[in-house]
Design a protein around this ligand. Structure first.
Ligand code: B12
Ligand code: SF4
Length: 477
């Protein structure tokens, strides 16, 4: 059987003029995971439109397309194309799970939720010539999953070919997050067996790893055993975690010993009122400043995530947030305009309050305002969002942030990392066009390691009892 798997891209990622590096970071791990369930005799290709032009003149028997909200229209176009050519088309992923009725007319079969239970079930039915129209995931487990078909990934096209996920979902459920919608009907958070996760890590060449787990530190026992197993492997890695997990005594230390060098942290907002509105209770009463001090003192760089446009945000939110992030020495920041994804509690609330402006999914990309904000005009919110990026990444801010650090090596690392991502975008564009993204990995590794220094760059600070700050509002608000 000839199988073609496609990760379609949103328009910006295929622009002939300029391609941001973020689209050449990670390979299509979800599709490579699904390919693991196919037979050795099957002929399989994975094409990722973010990094290559799709070949649309082929004649596969089975086409598998992963659909995100921002690539939904492109995915439907590709699905229609292949159905016209006589292929059997399967659509799955986050957007299909949120809006199955929208996706169904473009597919022979649609899949709701994670694929580990429903994809092998479909394959058995398909080979027996009795496939169903719709499969809904209910059994959530990663135990004994087949090996990810990394041989199908064109590693040289990605800056971070070693992306990995060892869990799915998150123990929390914030109103704006895709988690609740995607994992409905089963467990919202589950992990691989530790030895299977370690075996997958061992299979990855080189030193650098990027864990794409929504919350790698979400299960303390799992994370702790994983980090113990990784100790001594000589890996350098990046991941995502919450403020709460950073403040937990012990876990961060183990992560650092295992090679953690940069963490994506969902601060989202400096306002307790906003946190309550979004049911992001795990951030309430946490001392953000203490979490940052703790990460920095262990030599871990921070990519802070911030969302603008919650109901408590007024015109001052941009300056306040950027000013605080720079002052704290946060190395990189990812700003988002709040975006109500279909299926989330936030979307339901916005729809009930008649605040949604349109359903043009191409614009649900966290850079456009698609709802009526409570205290800001949509234009002011968009302008503030772009200004926040400019202000955070101007050289003056980068140097100010770097100077918040104690040592010279740490300061240099801050400048190299923050400057490298945002100040050399035209250079990244050239590198992507020359199909040399992966050649830059040694430089990334060098910066992450603090220019070859494996030990924390400053003396780690122990937690003081007040750092977990029970009973007080978000410290920075
Ligand atoms: C890596 C990543 C990217 C990468 C590339 C995507 C990639 N290579 O897969 C980059 C950096 C390019 C990217 C960009 C963006 N991303 Co992104 N990204 C992720 C991230 C962190 C990990 C994806 C991943 O590899 N997961 C692990 C694999 C194993 O899971 P999976 O891909 O979901 O696949 C499983 C299932 O979905 C299912 N499945 C998927 N397809 C199919 C098909 C069939 C037939 C079947 C049976 C099953 C199935 O089975 C798989 C195995 O269980 C996710 C968050 C997350 N944890 O998922 C956000 C996430 C997907 N991104 C998101 C967003 C918003 C964006 C951007 C719009 C951000 C921006 N402002 O630019 C862009 C645009 C994306 C686009 N192309 O349209 C949102 C999507 C929201 C939505 N409802 O669609 C997420 C969920 C982040 C979030 N928390 O909001 N992203
Ligand atoms: S903590 Fe992060 S990943 Fe978990 S539900 Fe909230 S936003 Fe989503």
């Amino acid at each position: 059987m000839k199988v073609k798997m496609i990760l379609p891209a949103l328009t910006e990622a295929t622009s002939p003029h300029f391609r941001p590096i973020k689209y050449s970071l990670f390979p299509p791990l979800g599709l490579a995971a699904l390919a693991g369930y196919l037979d050795d005799a099957d002929e399989v290709v994975i094409q990722d439109e973010h990094v290559e032009r799709l070949d649309l003149n082929d004649e596969p028997d089975l086409v598998v397309i992963q659909v995100y909200i921002t690539s939904a229209y492109r995915a439907y176009e590709l699905a229609d194309h292949y159905r016209q050519r006589g292929a059997y088309v399967c659509l799955g992923g986050l957007h299909v799970t949120s809006l199955p009725e929208e996706a169904a007319p473009h597919a022979d079969t649609i899949f709701l939720g994670p694929g580990e239970d429903i994809w092998p079930a479909f394959l058995a039915d398909y080979r027996a010539r009795r496939p169903q129209k719709r499969y809904c995931s209910t059994v959530r487990s990663l135990v004994g999953v087949p090996k990810i078909r990394r041989d199908l990934i064109k590693r040289h096209l990605y800056l971070v070919p070693n992306s990995i996920v060892v869990s799915r979902g998150c123990p929390h459920q914030c109103d704006f997050c895709y988690i609740g919608a995607f994992f409905e009907g089963g467990k919202h958070f589950y992990t691989q067996a530790v030895d299977e996760a370690l075996a997958e890590i061992e299979r990855l060449p080189g030193r650098h790893l990027y864990f794409l787990d929504d919350h790698l530190l979400g299960n303390k026992h799992f994370a702790s055993a994983l980090f113990d197993g990784m100790k001594g492997m000589g890996r350098l890695w990046q991941a995502a975690g919450t403020v709460q997990s950073v403040l937990q005594p012990g876990l961060l230390e183990k992560a650092v010993e295992a090679g953690l060098r940069s963490l994506f942290v969902g601060f989202e907002t400096l306002s307790p009122e906003n946190l309550r509105e979004q049911h992001k209770y795990q951030n309430l009463n946490r001392d953000y400043n203490a979490a940052i001090r703790r990460l920095h003192s262990h030599g871990v760089m921070i990519n802070g995530s911030f969302v603008f446009g919650m109901d408590g945000d007024d015109a001052t939110v941009f300056e306040r947030t950027v000013g605080w992030a720079v002052e704290q020495g946060i190395e990189t920041a990812t700003f988002h305009i709040m975006t109500p994804y279909p299926g989330t509690p936030l979307y339901k609330r916005m729809a009930e309050q008649h605040r949604l402006l349109h359903s043009d999914w191409d614009l649900y990309d966290t850079r456009h305002v698609v709802y009526r904000p409570a205290q800001l005009a949509p234009e002011a919110l968009e302008a503030g969002y772009w200004r926040a990026y400019q202000d955070f990444y101007r050289w003056g801010s980068i140097f100010q942030g770097a100077w918040a650090k104690d040592g010279w090596r740490e300061r240099m690392r801050h400048v190299a990392y923050a400057g490298g991502w945002k100040k050399f975008e035209p250079l990244w564009d050239c590198i992507i066009r020359a199909r040399r993204a992966t050649n830059m990995l040694p430089m990334l590794e060098n910066i992450l390691s603090g220019f070859g220094n494996h030990r924390p760059l400053t003396k780690p600070q122990p937690l003081s009892p007040s750092d977990t700050s029970l009973g007080q509002e978000v410290a920075v608000a």
